[in-house]
Design a binder for this molecule. Structure first.
Ligand SMILES: [Zn+2]
Length: 242
């Protein structure tokens, strides 16, 4: 074994030790931040709204015929896991495939939306996230798109935080800006609220991604990080602290 080889081995060993120390230190910092975040987050409620349900399936996948309401619920449940793990209280507008129109015999859509409104109002949330899938005439149109209620400045900032994270995903086909709009679930929310259109089921490429659990997990976590970024940067935690 030459002197150079010994020296190289020592450098490698020292590098490995240094890496382990840094990893442990970073782990400790991350763990303590998680504890702080969990303590703070426990005071906050997030409503996660899986769009459609029951006889209202929403849009369908161009190749597989997958139904939007099912994908919305799958993403909503993953989002719930992410927020719950971080210590948030989560209220879901629906947890099954059923719609929220109950025994209504007519105006089912109206009854469904009013039920969502009641759930949101009762929850007293700090954020509302409504999950949907998009559709467009051209199959080439792709990507996640975030909407907010026109005129709600905080919702716009929240939407920007989420859209920025979604734009940063490896799978993002383009850089999108959040769009303002007039949507019932956003208008009735008493706090910053967004609709996340997770992708276009009219696009074979988006559909192929969205039908996989792996991509849905990644997408849900990305939306979650956007929400946390909004709460952190905008001081919403402090504003809501009693
Ligand atoms: Zn929809």
């Amino acid at each position: 074994m030459s002197k150079n080889t010994v020296t190289r081995e020592r450098i490698i060993r020292l590098s490995v030790v240094a890496f382990c120390v840094i990893t442990v230190l970073l782990g400790a910092v991350f763990a303590s931040r998680r504890v702080v975040m969990a303590k703070s987050a426990a005071k906050f409620t997030v409503v996660i709204d899986a769009g459609h349900g029951g006889i209202d399936g929403g849009v369908t996948g161009v190749n597989t015929g997958v139904v939007e309401s099912e994908l919305n619920l799958a993403v909503a449940k993953l989002l719930k896991e992410d927020f719950t793990s971080a210590g948030f209280r989560v209220v879901m507008t629906r947890t099954t495939a059923a719609g929220l129109y109950g025994n209504a015999r007519k105006s089912l859509k109206k009854a469904d939306m009013q039920a969502r409104r009641k759930i949101i109002e009762k929850a007293d949330p700090c954020l509302v996230i409504s999950v949907h899938m998009n559709r467009y005439a051209l199959p080439s149109r792709r990507g996640a798109q975030v909407f907010y209620a026109t005129g709600s400045e905080q919702s716009k900032i929240f939407a920007e935080c989420v859209q920025n994270r979604l734009n940063g995903m490896d799978e993002a086909p383009r850089q999108s800006s959040p769009l303002g709009g007039d949507y019932y679930v956003l208008n009735v929310s008493p706090c910053p609220a967004v609709i996340v259109e997770c992708g276009f089921l009219s696009s074979p490429l988006d559909e192929a991604l969205l039908i996989t659990e792996e991509y849905r997990k990644k997408l849900a976590f990305t939306v979650f990080t956007g929400a946390v970024a909004y709460l952190s940067n905008e001081g919403a935690f402090l504003e809501k602290t009693p």
